[in-house]
Design a protein around this ligand. Sequence first.
Ligand code: HEC
Length: 451
Amino acid sequence: MALTSFAVHAAPAQTAEQLYQANCAACHGVKLEGAVGPTLGEHAWIHGAPTKANLIKIISKGVPEKNMPAWSPALSAQQISMLADYIAANANKKLAAAPAAAKPVATDLLGGFKLPKGFRISVYAEGATTARSMVVSDSGIVYVGSRKAGKIYALVPRADKQSADVVTVAEGLDSPIGVTLLNGSLYVGEISRVIRFDNIDKRYAQKPSYEVVKVTLPSDKWHGEKVIKASPDGKLYIPVGAPCNICDTDDTKSAKIYRMNADGSQLEEVARGVRNTVGFAFHPTTKQLWFTDNGRDELGDNSPSCELNVLTKFGQHFGFPYCHGGVVPDPEFGKSRSCDEFVEPVAKLGPHVAPLGLSFYTGKQFPEAYRNNIFVAEHGSWNRSTKIGYTVRFVSLYGNKLVSDTAFVDGFLRGDEVVGRPVDVTQLADGSLLISDDYAGRIFRVTYDGK
Ligand code: HEC
């Protein structure tokens, strides 16, 4: 689906930098370093030399078939002119690549984390560049998706089981962030398709071939990365994010969660009004789907809250684009709707914290209080004036009600220095917890020794 089928909504902003951050950074990177769109620093310019005239043209008209929106008339001629100047001024700069390679941590990496009493954190694997979702196979191999790196990794436990070697299973994929296992096959969610590696535990080291699952989903790049998860009853669940910060999606295929059979047949919608979920899990006993959702931008630093939701009935509507965080009517789309029409989140996790992966703890290693409760990885804010998130939270429940939401691993953000950005949490057979970090390409392991 082309992005142009949606109205583009430009956020009000004054300076060129603010205009850029509000409308462009999601695709071109906070520092123009590139993300799903190309870098806007020094590179082989696709649409001619970065002269002001050329830039005004491309920004106004976009490249709809390539997911670059047309910004006229959403932005005024004057705003587009400011952006053209801003980009021209940076057009020949060598910009640092996205924060894939973390700076060496000056301070003690592990000593700088804070965990509850009795827990320890260690590095389980290193060198899994832009590590995203994880899934653990019965033989103890952890498969990890990635974003920019375009790779799938296998973490193969070393003899001591305290750490693992990173083996590249596949490369050259399109933001293959999502991984899940079903009947011995590894399913991978790319932006534009789902692929399957059969009999993966036997073949991961041999650059295995894959099949493409027959299913067609929107492949807009904005919020287009797709987690994927096998449900307890053998279906595959997959979301399609909203192709915008805020836009009307109800009559489109976007801002929904779908499920399908393993072969891609019987695709059906299970949830709607979900802006961008990048992590979900099934409750160990109720089997209900729990998912995070990232709140919209440009309503200020402190609103709206990101969400933790539970689906109790197929077809439920979670509010986007009308109502955010269960209580904040959208200034534009919420006018004729009421927040009461939509399912309220179980937990409001905070503004801009970017909750991604979540996992129910079912192991025996941690104290009883953790059992069947949730760990959530908060990737952290990218556009808030003071950074927030950058943590793994522990969310405890009573039935489907929130009891508490507390820090479990803090210290990925140290003052102004980012040492990691948590993406996903999962558990090894021994009950230890793994945390993936796409900033430094590390996988951390948390254990409990009770002391
Ligand atoms: C939804 C993602 C997305 C957003 C938002 C977006 N862009 Fe783009 N942009 C792209 C993609 C993808 C391309 C590459 C198009 C192509 O391959 O032809 C691109 C290309 C460009 C180019 C041309 C680069 C070249 O090498 O010739 C410019 C300039 C540009 N964008 C500026 C902007 C500005 C300014 C904004 C904000 C007002 C913006 N973009 C917002 C995705 C986006």
